[in-house]
Design a protein around this ligand. Structure first.
Ligand code: MBD
Ligand code: FE
Length: 286
């Protein structure tokens, strides 16, 4: 038997960051920002600045530290790492505020690696993967329902995930476009069954400015393994969320602070060693 061992190419921070910045500009779902008043911009900007000023006073920040911070901020932009930095260190709170009133499935952060317009599938499908895709096969099935328990026919699960090395297609070299991504439409009973592989935990690239900050602050750079989803149903409020895996590393100290106990799957192994899990989504009304 040929055990073809393909060399895994680690994506550079620069390549990942610039791809994430491009993806954000081109296809991140965004709410209209045109209606923000001057008063609100002023109030929030003043408050953010006041809290930076307070931190400077509290820590007696020096001129060299100020200049180092300025240099670092410039580098984050040049490396295209604002999407990853902000999604890791800021987005979880925006998500909590945004979804505070939601009664159905809990949300989680979108993150920097969503790409719209993926291959469409009906109800039961296998996500696009390479012929030699590594990782334990995982069947993820369930139903999309409304808060009244009614099945949502024709709901679309936009799914994306890292591979068994923790890399995302579109943001790493040598992974085909669309790999481990898909838009899965539920049947008339609201059901779906998605065959994929177990993703690996994700480590923020260490060779860029975000990684440099993590290293000098002695923080770890890991997110627990996760599936990303946006679930849309007509007449319902879209939910952007992530599903995690019980017992996996970094669940209790996600660098992006984006785990929630309700979003942890506990797949069972079948006789063949493959994983299977059921998870039902509950969509709030629009
Ligand atoms: C990820 O895979 C991710 O989901 C987030 C939020 C940030 C960085 C990498
Ligand atoms: Fe992710």
């Amino acid at each position: 038997m040929s055990t073809e061992q393909t060399e895994v190419v680690r994506p550079t921070a620069e390549a990942t960051g610039s791809a994430a910045t491009r993806a954000f500009r081109e296809n991140a779902p965004r709410e209209a920002t045109g209606s923000v008043s001057a008063a609100r911009v002023s109030a929030i900007a003043r408050d953010v600045l006041a809290r930076i000023h307070a931190a400077i006073r509290e820590h007696d920040v020096t001129y060299p530290e100020y200049q180092a911070a300025k240099q670092w901020l410039i580098e984050v932009g040049e490396a295209g790492e604002w999407p990853i930095f902000l999604d890791v260190f800021v987005e979880s709170v925006v998500e909590q505020v945004h979804n505070a009133e939601r009664v159905g499935t809990k949300g989680s952060i979108l993150g920097p690696y969503y790409l719209a317009g993926q291959k469409a599938f009906a109800g039961r499908c296998t996500l696009p993967m390479r012929p030699n895709e590594q990782g334990t096969p995982l069947v993820f099935e369930g139903q999309v329902k409304g808060t009244g328990g009614e099945p949502v026919a024709g709901a679309v699960l936009d799914v994306w995930q890292a591979d068994a090395n923790g890399y995302y297609s579109g943001f790493a070299p040598d992974i085909p476009d669309g790999n481990l991504r898909g838009a899965v439409t539920t049947g008339s009973d609201g059901r779906f069954e998605i065959s994929t592989i177990q993703p690996a935990p994700y480590e923020i690239p260490k060779d860029g400015p975000t990684g440099k900050l993590l290293a000098v602050a002695d923080w770890h750079a890991w997110r627990p393994a996760h599936l990303h989803l946006i679930v849309r149903g007509s007449g319902y409020s879209n939910i952007t969320t992530q599903l995690y895996f019980a017992g996996g590393p970094w669940l209790d100290n996600d660098v992006a602070s984006a785990t929630k106990p309700e979003l942890i799957l506990a797949p069972k192994r079948d006789e063949g060693g493959n994983l299977r899990v059921t998870y039902d989504f509950v969509l709030d009304p629009a």
